[in-house]
Design a protein around this ligand. Structure first.
Ligand code: V0D
Length: 255
């Protein structure tokens, strides 16, 4: 077990205790359901959108933490296909967040060698939102560090339906045989075709469910839940989740 000192300081500005994180067993892909932003705001008597804003700033902190631990992929559930049902004003506010986020943080992300990617139906987003994201994807496409994978207008069941439609189209066109439809073939038609399945999934804010997030990809993922609301989810807690992950035995159905 390798031990190392964290270069970060905690909220009281005391140097952290020596950590027991094993640098050779960091989850390569971490997925996070960033829940509890609206509740965070309501608890302080602020409008829900203030929580989304605070949640946006926390994205940057956790990206920095993931980068620090040399995580390969960080997938963040930013907007689900179901989130369109929220009040129009809230949706409109949320749709501006990628623009704000990238205006504030893209230079830093580039400096940190982060590569931005997305999963979901980015095509159906407002034009300005889409173009800000496409530009960020383009400007970071040659970076070789952490992949910041934003799930935006994403729903897992739709992702699977779409994959099946794609495959069926190939079958009809005679390019594909029904017997060629394997788990690998289906996985290759998902948004995540180019990335490994998550090793660890974190959900904040106390709900114990997946809510249509990466249903196929989380078959063997370790799940980790906390009551902490997303804007309060800190480096220390992220580190705790990784530490707990390292204490689990992964069997993938074997013994
Ligand atoms: C709102 C908490 C960053 C969850 C985080 C439109 C709900 C804040 C992004 C983002 C959202 C960053 C880079 C990028 C694209 C998006 C973001 C959305 C919501 C959905 F390339 N925060 N954030 N996107 N929230």
């Amino acid at each position: 077990m390798r031990l190392f000192k964290l270069p970060f300081k905690n909220k009281k500005n005391h140097a952290r205790l020596e950590s027991t994180i094993q640098l050779d067993n960091i989850p390569k892909h971490i997925a996070i359901i960033m829940d509890g932003n609206g509740r965070w705001a309501q608890k302080q008597g602020l409008p829900r959108v203030a929580g989304h804003r605070e949640g946006m700033d926390n994205v940057k902190r956790i990206v920095k933490a993931a980068n620090h631990f040399k995580v390969e992929v960080l997938t963040l559930y930013a907007f689900s296909t179901e989130n369109w049902k929220r009040p129009t004003q809230e949706v409109e506010y949320i749709m501006k967040l990628p623009i704000d986020f990238l205006q504030h943080y893209l230079p830093e992300l580039i400096e940190e060698n982060v590569r931005i990617q997305t999963i979901g139906e980015v095509n159906n987003l407002p034009k300005k939102t889409k173009s800000a994201i496409m530009r960020a994807i383009d400007e970071t496409s040659n970076n070789t560090g952490l992949i910041l994978n934003i799930a935006i207008n994403y729903g897992s069941r739709f992702e699977m339906v779409r994959a099946i439609q794609d495959i069926c189209r190939d079958v009809t066109d005679g390019k594909y045989d029904i017997d060629d439809i394997t788990e690998t073939a289906l996985a290759e038609h998902l948004y995540t075709s180019h990335i490994k399945d998550p090793d660890l999934l974190i959900r904040t804010s106390g709900e114990l469910r997946l809510s249509n997030f990466l249903l196929w990809q989380t078959a063997y993922t370790e799940l980790w839940f906390t009551d902490t609301l997303w804007p309060d989810f800190s480096f220390e807690e992220f580190e705790k989740a990784i530490n707990d992950f390292q204490n689990r035995k992964r069997r993938y159905g074997g013994i």
